[in-house]
Ligand binder design. Structure first.
Ligand code: ZDR
Length: 305
């Protein structure tokens, strides 16, 4: 038996990352059904037995909204399907650009399960994304915390949480400023322990992404993230947006100001526009092509059985 499967029955992919949040991109423009199942996607995300990624993203035709250029769907590395992905949509925009898709004045209108999201490739190669308006109503986030905020006792400690949806749910914790440097290190060191306790807490009916933040100054914060369905990742675009929205609501940051959010994989620039300017969140950051390849059909077929 040969080690390599016939190319004719295999699926081609490209790998991209945004600040180390890495994705397998599939050109799925010929059909509106994702070419891979959630189980197959889990296989491909495996860092030892697959390609390795935090998720698989499908570039689909625009079938639900004629004003869009395309649609995006994705699976987390655990096979769950999130509504949105901030770093992922920057990678999708770069992927579409590399496939020579037609943009409208540099912008790509993308249907997602969180509505229309509009990335734009800038002259310096960065991707700027109109992430839309944050969702703050508790039932829509969703969370059972009153008013979408409150204290939670997790791992024998009380945490003040502020919840925000950027299409997907986030619970943001600004660490007590008097001891934030120590706390940040402690939290980061035991993220694998406390992250799942937040992710699966009954206060979050759809589970949650969780961010812990320290303030460097009102235009600069640092965060670490435990992602729903993916665990510790190097970056989280929707998370960085949620962190800035929560920071404004908590009185730590200013609305309409540019904020640099340092993630483990590098910085993103986020602005939450004033209400009169539309109230949207704008995110700017990189999207990097890494390599392309063909998946062994043995791998794909194995995960369907
Ligand atoms: C956080 C994320 N990587 C991004 O960049 O926005 C999105 C991935 C989806 C996330 N794990 C979820 O909501 O389940």
């Amino acid at each position: 038996m040969t080690a390599t499967a016939p190319v004719a029955s295999a699926t081609t992919f490209r790998k991209y990352h945004g600040l180390g949040n890495d994705f397998i991109l599939i050109d799925n423009r010929l059909t509106s059904t994702p070419l891979l199942s959630s189980e197959q996607s889990v296989q491909l995300c495996d860092r030892h037995m697959g390609i390795g990624a935090d998720g698989v993203i499908f570039l689909l035709p625009s079938d639900t909204d004629s004003s869009s250029h395309c649609s995006m769907r994705l699976y987390n590395s655990d096979g769950s399907e999130p509504e949105m992905c901030g770093n992922g949509i920057r990678c999708l925009a770069q992927f579409a650009y590399d496939l020579d898709m037609k943009f409208d004045q540099g912008m790509l209108r993308v249907n997602t399960k969180a509505g229309m999201i509009i990335p734009q490739i800038m002259d310096d190669g960065m991707v700027k994304v109109d992430m839309g308006r944050p969702v703050l109503e508790k039932d829509d986030i969703p969370t059972r915390l009153e008013d979408g905020k409150g204290w939670m006792n997790v791992d024998d400690r009380d945490w003040w949480m502020r919840c925000v949806s950027m299409g997907n749910p986030h619970a943001v914790c600004y660490l007590d400023e008097s001891q934030q440097d120590d706390l940040f290190q402690q939290v980061d060191a035991k993220l694998e322990h406390i992250g799942p306790l937040f992710e699966h807490h009954p206060l979050f009916p759809e589970r949650t992404n969780t961010e812990f933040v320290r303030v460097i100054n009102p235009n600069h914060v640092q965060m670490t993230v435990w992602e729903r369905g993916a665990g510790r990742t190097r970056a989280c675009g929707t998370g960085a947006c949620a962190v800035v929205v929560a920071g404004v609501l908590e009185g730590k940051l200013q609305r309409g100001q540019q904020v640099q959010v340092d993630l483990p994989g590098g910085p993103l620039i986020i602005v939450w526009e004033e209400e009169e300017k539309g109230g949207k969140v704008m995110m700017t950051g990189p999207a990097q092509f890494v390599f392309e390849g063909t998946v062994s059909s043995t791998l794909i077929n194995a995960s369907t059985n």
